[in-house]
Design a protein around this ligand. Structure first.
Ligand code: NAD
Ligand code: ZN
Ligand code: ZN
Length: 350
């Protein structure tokens, strides 16, 4: 099988953090010996892409930058060293594009934690373009009959919440609270949690998000914009507090509240990355309740394969809306206002 690869393509590019995002024609990149070239058909838009554009994290992006790290497409070319992909295979671009593979963290499969991690749509041009290069070791393998628009959000949002739930180490029948449940990570988090046998309490704002969370399997919905005492409301609804909390909101306040309402011996998992934020925990209460606060950062190749397996078996299928790649600035605006239900997926042909 062979594909005709054009010399130029459409992409969304910015030259400066917070500057204009320009939809324009740029050259198609050439894969290095260790890389594949993916014809990206669809890309999810993650809140991380908004942080990258704003430049609000203590880690510099490359500039100019093509963002995006939930890209799904077809392998159209490969470098001379690539053994694990064939031309025509379906492949996914995920947040971790590459790591050193030699440090103590890489050796134990914690590749995202590598100090030399290379990040799609951050330090390596990502999936907001029609043709993107990806490290063949880290690129995701997607089965042939998979719908590429629907699978795109799994590549970051799905993998991340699945790994966060594994980090919480809960048993079937226990309560998990998902804070930020109506967004991209949150909606998938509800579905993975239900598939793993957990009882879900969803927290977000507004009636529309509440209806969506319930439809996806949450037993309880708490509206942070309306609740008079969110800690009490959550503890009452779960008979003493959830056994675990997955924090995917972009809110420091919501994270602090989760440390308060979590059950004794519970696990607070930090996933969302609000800028300039700290988690505040009363030392006395943390000791007496013996609560654990854990960070969880995307997932490794095994987590990716497992998260994709849940999707391919039809256990998760979070809501998404498809719009053209050129609409990225509008999507960022809605995301910044907290107005997105689930995920927006960009069609790179438009
Ligand atoms: P999103 O914008 O789709 O969803 C965030 C949701 O949080 C929205 O629905 C919003 O209404 C809700 N929210 C806002 N304030 C809240 C509050 N006080 N209480 C409850 N909910 C509240 O964003 P997303 O794409 O799901 O990403 C979420 C965060 O996770 C971002 O900071 C992103 O960078 C981060 N992230 C982290 C990892 C990781 O590996 N740790 C991976 C991917 C994304
Ligand atoms: Zn992401
Ligand atoms: Zn390493």
């Amino acid at each position: 099988m062979s594909f005709t690869i054009p010399k130029t393509q459409h992409a969304c590019v910015f030259d400066k953090n917070g500057g204009p995002i320009v939809y324009k024609v740029i050259p198609v990149p050439t894969p290095k010996p260790s890389e594949i070239l993916i014809h990206v058909l669809y890309s999810g838009v993650c809140h991380t892409d908004l942080h990258a554009w704003r430049g609000d994290w203590p880690l510099a992006t490359k500039l100019p930058l093509v963002g995006g790290h939930e890209g799904a497409g077809v392998v159209v070319a490969k470098g001379s060293e690539v053994k694990n992909f064939e031309i025509g295979d379906y492949a996914g671009i995920k947040w971790l594009n590459g790591s050193c593979m030699g440090c103590e963290f890489c050796m134990q499969g914690a590749e995202p934690n590598c100090a030399q991690a290379d990040l799609s749509g951050y330090t390596h041009d990502g999936s907001f373009q029609q043709y993107a290069t990806a490290d063949a070791v880290q690129a995701a393998h997607i089965s042939k009959d998979t719908k590429l628009d629907a699978v795109a959000p799994i590549l970051c949002a799905g993998v991340t919440v699945y790994k966060a739930l594994k980090t919480a180490n809960l048993r079937p029948g226990q309560w998990v609270a998902i804070s930020g449940a109506g967004g991209g990570l949150g909606t998938l988090g509800i579905e993975y949690a239900v598939a793993m046998g957990l009882r879900v309490l969803a927290i977000d704002g507004g009636e529309e998000k509440g209806a969506l969370c319930k439809k996806l399997g949450a037993e309880v919905y708490v509206d942070f914009t309306k609740s008079k005492d969110i800690v009490k409301e959550i503890q009452d609804a779960t008979n003493g507090g959830p056994h675990g909390v997955i924090n995917v909101s972009v809110s420091e306040k919501a994270i602090d509240q989760s440390v308060e309402y979590v059950r004794t011996l519970g696990k607070v998992v930090l996933v969302g990355l609000p800028a300039d934020s700290y988690v505040k925990s009363s030392v006395f209460m943390q000791v007496v309740k013996s609560v654990e606060i854990l960070g969880s950062y995307v997932g490794n190749r095994e987590d990716t394969a497992e998260a994709l397996d849940f999707f391919e078996r039809g256990l998760v299928h979070s809501p998404f809306k498809v719009v053209g790649l050129s609409q990225l600035p509008e999507v960022f605006k809605l995301m910044g206002e907290g107005k997105i239900l689930g995920r927006y997926v960009l069609d790179t042909a438009k």
